[in-house]
Design a protein around this ligand. Structure first.
Ligand code: SF4
Ligand code: SF4
Ligand code: SF4
Ligand code: F3S
Length: 355
């Protein structure tokens, strides 16, 4: 009947992880879910979460067959641990924030004051080097100073139109709802085969090692059914996540994806037809040899094409044109949409007859 979709404007994402926390506290606070981040925000270019997901295969071959994929193990998601907030801030037994592996108790040496001011490097000292993590590359730039660059990429299940996870499951535990296209895993039918884990090229399915079943983003369907936007979108302080139905011709998603063509899927070449779209990032141009801003793009266009496909050139050109229009004081429907002065304009969730 319809396909719900999300559009994320990467030009406004500040990497604050509010979306990650909103999802985590709402949906994955049960035993076995500790390591899961159904929504994560990674720094790009970077290895991402899980570590190396872009190289793990999955999705569809050009011939319409399931492409082989690698099963990402728990270690690829980083160390499963807790941060010793209690000991530092409340008990006064620790002076530095540290990541403590979950199966080891926090150290209990007495320290003089719990309220130490930590600089970043001290705060990030881990008891053991986890090797990778949910945003291990946070804020690490690529390229050479002063023309280095990075941006943030929020990721969640794409609720794909052709979900390879669904096709791969031998027990048919995964299904796509007719009402809104949300892809769900039936926890009663799931027998833990994990074929879905390797079949999803975005590595957005997580195995619950306590229940022995796979779990993933549910697009906050209980909220959708009440006409409320998903938690990750509603809590975003950057007002950059649009939610609506692709078929709604007056909605922001249709306008940004199909009319303005500035919303692009991530790695469309994997064939799953994702329903999460991204407005590609425009960073300031490179400095020239005199230290003035020149004309060279800072983020290599080849890299953006790798992520968002060949449509990224035209999307960036459209954004530039409309930004210039606004600079001249002329009206721009596109800029008005993306700026979203009224937060309610981000969400257009029509009434769907769910029951
Ligand atoms: Fe399935 Fe979601 Fe992966 Fe698409 S992104 S293949 S719907 S788990
Ligand atoms: Fe989590 Fe809901 Fe966002 Fe999915 S849509 S990532 S379940 S908050
Ligand atoms: Fe980016 Fe919004 Fe998530 Fe913050 S809450 S990381 S601004 S998408
Ligand atoms: Fe199927 Fe994945 Fe469960 S393959 S049985 S949904 S672990």
């Amino acid at each position: 009947m319809g396909q719900v979709a999300m559009l994320i404007d990467l030009n406004k994402c500040i990497g604050c992880q509010t979306c990650t926390s909103a999802c985590k506290s709402m949906w994955t606070d049960e035993p076995g879910q500790e390591y899961m981040l159904w929504n994560n925000v990674e720094t790009k270019p970077g290895r991402g979460y899980p570590n190396g997901w872009e190289q793990s295969g999955g999705g569809w071959t050009p011939d319409g067959e399931l492409a082989p994929g690698v099963l990402m193990d728990k270690a690829a998601h980083g160390m499963d641990g807790t941060v010793n907030f209690e000991q530092v801030y409340f008990e006064g037994t620790e002076s530095k924030l540290q990541l403590v592996p979950r199966d080891q108790p926090a150290r209990v040496e007495k320290k003089s004051s719990p309220f130490v001011i930590l600089n970043n490097s001290e705060a990030n000292v881990a008891q053991e080097d986890p090797g990778c993590g949910s945003n291990f590359d946070e804020d690490s730039s690529s390229g050479e100073y002063p023309n280095n660059y990075h941006f943030y990429l929020p990721r969640l299940c794409n609720h794909c139109t052709k979900p390879s996870c669904l096709e791969a499951c031998p027990t048919r535990a995964i299904y796509k709802r007719e009402e809104d296209g949300v892809v769900l895993i039936d926890q009663d039918k799931c027998k833990g085969f994990r074929e879905c884990n390797s079949a999803c090229p975005y590595d957005k399915i997580y195995f619950n090692y306590v229940t022995g079943k796979s779990q993933k983003c549910i697009f906050c369907f209980p909220r959708l059914e009440e006409g409320v936007a998903p938690a990750c979108a509603r809590q975003c302080p950057g007002r950059l996540r649009f939610v609506g139905f692709l078929e709604d011709l007056d909605g922001p998603i249709h306008k940004l994806v199909n009319e303005w063509k500035v919303g692009l899927p991530l790695h469309a070449e994997w064939g799953t037809e994702p329903n999460v779209f991204y407005v590609p990032p425009i960073l300031p141009p490179q400095f020239d040899e005199n230290g003035d801003l020149g004309n060279e793009a800072r983020v290599p266009i080849e890299y953006l094409r790798e992520l968002f496909g060949p449509g990224v050139d035209q999307a960036l050109a459209t954004l530039e044109t409309e930004m210039e229009r606004t600079e001249r004081g002329e009206p721009s429907e596109l800029m008005d949409l993306l700026i979203a002065k009224d937060w309610k304009s981000l969400f257009k969730i029509p009434e769907v007859k769910y029951f």
